[in-house]
Design a protein around this ligand. Structure first.
Ligand SMILES: [Zn+2]
Ligand SMILES: [Zn+2]
Length: 431
């Protein structure tokens, strides 16, 4: 290796980042809450690969969507296949259902997943090219009660991780029966103001005028305010579904706002769409959302299986969550001499088999130096193992948080740690 090569430090790819242990602890806590709550509602984990055939997203996410046209991590692999790092999860689940004939199982099917997604987006605060989502999907349930149940579940999760000031925006985007007439009216309205739209939205006038509502530019938003709204075009079936959906939201005492322009950036939604919005630093931020996609499975060549789901961005969730990490409690072994060191290895092994986390250090130190070391690494317990203690079979234990001392066999000390830790944890959780 040349000198120059040696000095070239490698850093992470733009738009990606390391989650270091202190922060990862918060991620674990949020993920654990999510798993627990999803399982409470009968969801089971389905883990699909991170890479998929590119056509899966062209077909599922929609060939004209911003995600597919601008933001996909697509490349050709060594076998000459076009593969894509998944930009969202739903098409993968749909593929898995068809591939494994999961539709033959009792319905509704309820799946969840927690993991990374990839979009070649402009990196900005709280947004990364590798980002992470909590994702839930239900298949084979037409009843709008399930749309409301998913939202109630999301609301429970947000409360569990200390997110406050959540607004639920809801809408219906219709179905293939009622959307064409609306699409026609919308296209006509958009064509009338075409020269006021940004080049991107001008293109959307022909392809998918619904997407103009998603544009963040002020000119386009002003123009979009003159457009007809979907609510006036809903067919009887969609209107009834939406009416019942709101009744179930009321039943759960969830406060929501009907947002007629909420169409979400994806082609596949039918009927229900929703977004979870949080007030943060004076700005409204969507931390998650979802909706119904009753035709996707069929369009993929699968059975006629309706679907509804939700995705929450983990990075954004963590930005607004008030969750605090409880520091890990460790036992540290202050040993002197080779024999005591070996006894410490065995004692730590025994403590760990009792479920007590231990930190072993192998350097020979004085007792005083052991204690200052234990302080530095924030050990909560110190077990003193010297030659005298070994001979007597009785050891000293120091509680570093309360400056208390105990004496006893390793079994007795382990019991003390377990008792004290469990009362400490229940005191913390009551706070
Ligand atoms: Zn309809
Ligand atoms: Zn625009």
């Amino acid at each position: 290796m040349s000198r120059e090569q040696k000095q070239q430090a490698i850093s992470s790819i733009k738009g990606t980042r390391d989650i270091l242990p202190e922060e990862a602890r918060l991620w674990q806590m949020v993920e654990e809450s999510a798993r627990k709550i999803f399982e409470l509602y009968g969801f089971r984990e389905l883990r699909a690969p991170i890479i998929e055939p590119t056509e899966l997203f062209e077909k599922g996410t929609g060939a004209s969507s911003d995600i597919v046209t601008k933001e996909m991590y697509t490349f050709t692999d060594k076998g000459g296949r076009s593969v894509t790092l998944r930009p969202e999860y739903t098409p993968s689940v749909v593929r898995a259902i068809i591939e494994h004939r999961l539709d033959l199982q009792p319905q509704p099917l309820r799946f969840y997943y927690i993991g990374p997604m990839f979009r070649y987006d402009r990196p900005q605060k709280g947004r990364y090219r590798q980002f992470h989502q909590l994702d839930v999907e239900v298949f084979g349930e037409k009843d709008p009660a399930v749309d409301a149940e998913i939202i109630e579940m999301a609301h429970r999760l947000l409360q569990a991780v200390g997110v406050e000031g959540v607004t639920i925006l809801v809408n219906s985007v219709g179905c293939p029966t009622c959307r064409p007439a609306y699409g026609q009216a919308l296209r006509e309205a958009a064509a009338r103001v075409k020269d006021r739209l940004c080049p991107d939205c001008q293109r959307k006038v022909e392809i998918n005028p619904l997407r103009i509502f998603d544009c963040k530019l002020e000119n386009c938003q002003a123009a979009a305010r003159t457009f007809p709204l979907i609510n006036d075009f809903l067919c009887e079936d969609c209107r009834e579904h939406f009416r019942q959906f709101l009744i179930y939201l009321d039943l759960y005492h969830l406060s929501y706002k009907i947002e007629p322009t909420l169409v979400r950036g994806l082609d596949y939604y039918t009927k229900t769409t929703f977004e979870l919005v949080v007030e943060n630093f004076g700005a409204q931020n969507a931390i998650g959302g979802g909706g119904r996609y009753d035709n996707m499975v069929k369009e993929f060549g699968g059975p006629d299986l309706c679907g509804t789901g939700l995705a929450i961005g983990l990075e954004r969730l963590l930005l607004v969550s008030k969750i605090e990490a409880i520091p890990q409690s460790y036992a540290y072994f202050a040993h002197r001499g080779e024999q005591a060191k070996q006894a410490s290895l065995l004692a730590a092994s025994y403590f760990r088999s009792c479920g007590i986390p231990c930190l072993l250090e192998f350097k020979e130190r004085s007792l005083k130096s052991h204690f200052s070391r234990a302080n530095k690494i924030a050990a909560t317990w110190v077990v003193i193992i010297g030659e005298d203690e070994l001979a007597a079979g009785e050891f000293q234990l120091k509680d570093m948080l309360r400056s208390k001392q105990y004496k006893g066999s390793l079994e007795q000390l382990a019991r003390i740690i377990i008792d004290k830790e469990s009362s400490r944890k229940s005191a913390l959780s009551k706070e």
